[in-house]
Design a protein around this ligand. Structure first.
Ligand SMILES: [Zn+2]
Ligand SMILES: [Zn+2]
Length: 237
């Protein structure tokens, strides 16, 4: 795969100071990857071999559908269906149940985009660690983030612990904890306020920042904006 697809300037990711920067990093990579798969990669046989081998998870299949033309998606699916036929649903006379179920299990867990994104995020995170350790300006920019979501808090803590020396990691860990915990406290407050507003004693009081507390909490817990939303307030269901 062409390398420039995944080269992202770290400062650009951290500059907006709006939401989890690691979610932004992933979103940028996902966006480039889906555009690439349904565009330039159509002409690169070695990429097609890999997409046929690994397939796509539900999330990334959706991205491909959103970005590709009907024809490019159909061409990707055509060879992907062939690969699945061969591995899981060969001619009846050639069935080997054990082999077929092993293949099916593997395919359920594999995704070309996930695999590439994980690899590239790991690479980008190493750069983040280096910048945080060596560049005071970046350290300041990092501290100015609104928050880090729970999934990426876990991710960067694990990476930091593995790759930084103990003393530096202590400070880095403290900073990550501050960014995740402060926002967690904000959400807990806002969700609490939201629930309280359903009490008849709260009648006429201000909703404050609590109106989208559900959506923000789901995004913080899952690292993804919820596609569906709940019924409007007032209806208890
Ligand atoms: Zn995140
Ligand atoms: Zn995926």
């Amino acid at each position: 795969m062409r390398e420039d697809i995944c080269s992202i300037p770290i400062n650009e990711v951290f500059e907006p100071k709006d939401g989890c920067p690691y979610c932004r990093m992933r979103d940028m990579l996902e966006d480039r990857m889906a555009t690439y798969i349904t565009g330039a990669a159509m002409m690169e046989p070695d990429v097609r071999v890999e997409t046929n081998r690994l397939g796509f998870c539900e999330t990334h299949m959706k991205h491909i559908l959103e970005r590709g033309s009907r024809l490019s998606v159909a061409l990707i699916l055509q060879t992907l269906l062939d690969a699945n036929t061969e591995e899981i649903l060969p001619e009846e006379s050639k069935i080997n149940v054990k082999k077929a179920t092993t293949n099916a299990d593997r395919r359920e867990k594999s995704c070309f985009v996930c695999e590439n994104i994980d690899k590239n995020i790991e690479h980008l995170c190493s750069t983040v660690l280096k910048l945080w350790q060596n560049e005071p300006d970046f350290r300041k920019l990092y501290s100015e983030q609104t928050h880090i979501c729970l999934k990426h808090y876990n991710m960067i803590q694990k990476t930091g612990e593995k790759k930084m020396n103990k003393k530096v990691f202590q400070d880095f860990s403290k900073e990550n904890h501050r960014l995740a915990r402060n926002y967690m406290d904000t959400l807990r407050h806002d969700i609490g306020h939201f629930c309280k507003m359903f009490d008849y004693r709260s009648k006429g009081e201000d909703w404050g920042n609590s109106r989208d507390a559900i959506e923000r909490s789901v995004e913080f817990l899952t690292s993804r904006k919820p596609g569906t939303t709940t019924k409007t307030e007032g209806k208890n269901r």
